[in-house]
Design a protein around this ligand. Structure first.
Ligand code: ADP
Length: 501
């Protein structure tokens, strides 16, 4: 049985994993880079080991240093979190070789699913629908044009090794093929060291809907329903919800069955996610599998009532699944908003800096997974995710209203962040109606970007502050008179008229 887990990650996910381990009585080991000496995961873990300089390549991706920390600490298992080494087949293999349990699948499943071309082939053989497109790698422009002739425009040229929205190009007409092929290849080479690309039919106004699955080492697999992840910027998710507002009960079940078939086709073991792209007629196609825990896993935890990290650990221990498909239900509705240190008005550029003040929302139905505290520096070396707001309601309406309330209470100063932008999303008509595709942000740019608009309440506050200053300095009002006015400021609906003295 696992007794000590090294968490080979940082930020909110490292903290989140440590919490579940502690509840299970399992000791935890953190690893950290130079930039993370004061990070929350280091403070929370039972032990912490320095693994190198700030750049990820020298620390969180440095297998030698991480394995050394595992040996020194006597950890018997490694949890890779998401990102970094979580989908690295060599790392999973290396853990096996060194007799340390990798809390995740074996190297074969990671390699098969990590290569989109191989994954497509495997899914086709398993009878899981894939987006119409090529069977293998595209090697020349002629080959590309031939495929396009068969499936029709528009198409996506995609990197086989792709991830994080990189190495993907949309082609709307024949003339764009050469440049798109070149661009996708060179981006893939730079990002993944592998320039193999393939072609897929471009699905118009699609939904990104994914299924959480759990599989054990005894051949059992279950799904824990879907997550709707269509609110994306730069092909990356920022708000997710479950249940999906568009699925019918029948489609939900069919997609769940397909997700289980996909996992079984690679003898999957652990927690994983099958991503589907869904068109407006609810036709669904396998997009890819993520062989790890997802950023958005907490909404599933909230609605299904499981702790996925604990299940991962039980599976890694070799235990059979502790849940049966028939007993799982979706209860209520959950929405996750990702809070980033980034500038929505400047193409969502990461905006590192020092957090000077935070107001975290509390109250019924609220969970905040985060890694920030007042005074911490958000390093520029890593993904700038600061926190995740996970909100539950008895139905979508309540989850939405509660999320809006919580976002109003959520304040972070010192670093630019997307809190106001998230608030705007939750007010946008298409989101409120639950009728949005992956183009939602582009299609609603004008509304979403009107961030500097001052809401009524804030305008009143500005006016009252100015008015108080006026009373104090010019009218020499006493502190008592000023307090009376401050407490009653709501009685002066638009203080502006009063201020016209
Ligand atoms: P990555 O591994 O880089 O995240 P995915 O294949 O998961 O790439 O796709 C990421 C996003 O790109 C999807 O959620 C969707 O918005 C868009 N996308 C990918 N493939 C298609 C397609 N064939 N048609 C339309 N949109 C697509």
């Amino acid at each position: 049985m696992i007794q000590k887990v090294l968490v080979a990650n940082r930020g909110e996910i490292a903290v989140r994993i440590i919490r579940s381990c502690r509840e299970m009585g399992i000791l935890t080991v953190a690893v950290y880079s130079d930039a993370d000496r004061k990070a929350l995961h280091v403070l929370y873990a039972d032990e912490a080991y320095h693994i190198g300089p700030s750049p990820s390549a020298d620390s969180y991706l440095n297998m030698d240093n991480i394995m050394r920390a595992a040996r020194l600490s006597g950890a018997d298992a490694i949890h890779p979190g998401y990102g970094f080494l979580s989908e690295n087949a060599s790392f999973s293999a290396r853990c096996q070789e060194e007799g340390i349990i990798f809390i995740g699948p074996g190297p074969d499943a990671i390699s098969t699913m990590g290569d989109k071309i191989t994954a497509r082939k495997t899914m086709m053989e398993a009878g899981v629908p894939v987006v119409p497109g090529t069977d293998g790698e595209i090697r020349s422009e002629e080959e590309a044009l031939q495929i396009i002739g068969d499936i029709g425009l528009p198409v996506m040229i995609k990197a086989s090794a792709g991830g994080g929205g990189k190495g993907m190009r949309l082609v709307k007409n024949d003339k764009e093929v050469t440049s798109a092929l070149r661009a996708a290849r060179s981006e893939a080479r730079a990002a993944f060291g592998d320039d193999a690309v393939f072609i897929e039919k471009y699905i118009e106004s699609p939904h990104h809907i994914e299924y959480q699955i759990l599989a054990d080492k005894h051949g059992n697999a279950i799904h824990l329903f879907e997550r709707e992840c269509s609110v994306q910027r730069r092909h990356q998710k920022i708000i997710e919800e479950t249940p999906s507002p568009i699925l019918t009960p029948l489609r939900r079940q069919q997609m769940g069955d397909a997700a289980i078939a996909a996992a079984k086709a690679v003898d999957y073991c652990g927690a994983g996610t099958i991503e589907f792209i869904v068109d407006k007629d609810l036709n669904y196609y396998f997009l890819e599998m993520n062989t790890r825990l997802q950023v958005e896993h907490p909404i599933t935890e909230r609605v299904v009532g499981v702790d996925l990290v604990k299940e991962q650990i039980h599976i890694a221990n070799g235990e059979p699944l502790r849940l049966e498909q028939e007993e799982l239900k979706q209860q209520g509705h959950a929405i996750e908003c990702r809070v980033y240190a980034e500038d929505p008005e400047n193409n969502f550029m990461p905006a590192p800096g020092k957090v000077t003040h935070i107001d975290i929302p509390y109250g019924v139905g609220i969970r905040v997974d985060g890694s920030i505290y007042e005074g911490i520096e958000i390093p520029l070396f890593y993904d700038p995710l600061m926190a995740k707001l996970i909100v539950w309601g008895k139905d979508r309406q309540e989850a939405l209203e509660r999320s809006q309330r919580a976002l109003k209470e959520f304040k972070i100063t010192g670093v630019r962040n997307n809190l106001r932008f998230l608030e705007r999303i939750l007010q946008a008509g298409a989101f409120v109606e639950g009728n949005y595709s992956t183009h939602f942000i582009d299609e609603n740019k004008d509304f979403l970007m009107a961030l500097d608009e001052c809401p009524d309440e804030c305008e009143d506050m500005v006016i009252i502050t100015a008015f108080m200053e006026y009373l104090r300095r010019v009218k020499k009002a006493s502190p008592k008179e000023m307090t009376a006015l401050k407490n009653n400021w709501k009685d002066y609906p638009r203080v502006r008229s009063v201020f016209k003295l």
